[in-house]
Design a protein around this ligand. Structure first.
Ligand code: 5GP
Length: 208
């Protein structure tokens, strides 16, 4: 819970294979102040992925209906599939004082930043390009063609890193998770986030 009572909205983006998912799961399991948004997607589930937990899996038509009904905070196409953030959950959780995390790609991140400039943007990366390839290959879940497209996409995504607030290198899951946690908790003390406290101070001082 923050002094202002409202949670922080954080976006965590990173190259495919950056370990975002693992870091997010660790963060959620170690701290109870976070709420991780579950996205909708038109991609097919990978082995082990669960409906409503990993994603809400939709057909392209169902996803387009969600867009038409204005149910998404942002949405983007990534390597041939739709991905988007359901709106309701994000606002309800922030109002309840939770720090909400969106694990989304760069185009969606830019849409949210434009609408809500106070959003905290963190970019996660493995230490180098070979490591990105090694992790994608090691996952064993995708064809060489899809891996090649994800590597090309990673190169394109480097253009957007300058629009993020923080870069975190994921060379060790524990250190990386701790760093992400520290960054988000520091954001509670930005002047923008503390405006309610500042206004109270001003009102109090005025009386003297
Ligand atoms: P994956 O298919 O590997 O689960 O995800 C592919 C990319 O889509 C990742 O970069 C992931 O962060 C991003 N992504 C997941 N959910 C969303 C979403 O709701 N919106 C956007 N814009 N990107 C998302």
């Amino acid at each position: 819970m923050t002094d202002s009572g409202r949670g922080i909205l954080t976006i965590v983006s990173g190259f495919a294979g950056s370990g975002k998912g693992t870091v997010m799961n660790k963060l959620i399991s170690e701290h109870d102040n976070y709420a991780l948004s579950v996205s909708a997607t038109s991609r097919t589930p990978r082995p082990g992925e669960e409906e409503g937990k990993s994603y809400f899996f939709k057909t392209r038509e169902q996803f387009e209906d969600m867009i038409a009904n204005d149910l998404l905070l942002e949405h983007a196409e990534y390597v041939g599939n739709y991905y988007g953030t359901p709106k309701d959950f994000v606002f309800a959780m922030m109002d309840a004082g939770k720090d909400v995390i969106l694990e989304i790609e760069v185009q969606g991140a830019m849409q949210v930043k434009k609408k809500y400039p106070d959003t905290l943007l963190i970019f996660l990366t493995p230490p180098n390009a070979d490591e990105i390839y090694r992790r994608l290959k090691g996952r064993g879940a995708e064809t060489d063609e899809v891996i090649a497209r994800r590597m090309k996409r990673a190169y394109e995504e480097t253009d957007f890193i300058k629009d993020y607030d923080f870069l975190v290198i994921n060379d060790n899951i524990d250190d990386c998770t701790a760093r992400v946690h520290d960054i988000i908790q520091s954001a509670h003390h930005t002047v923008a986030h503390e405006s309610a406290v500042i206004n109270k101070l001003i009102a109090g001082l005025k009386k003297y």
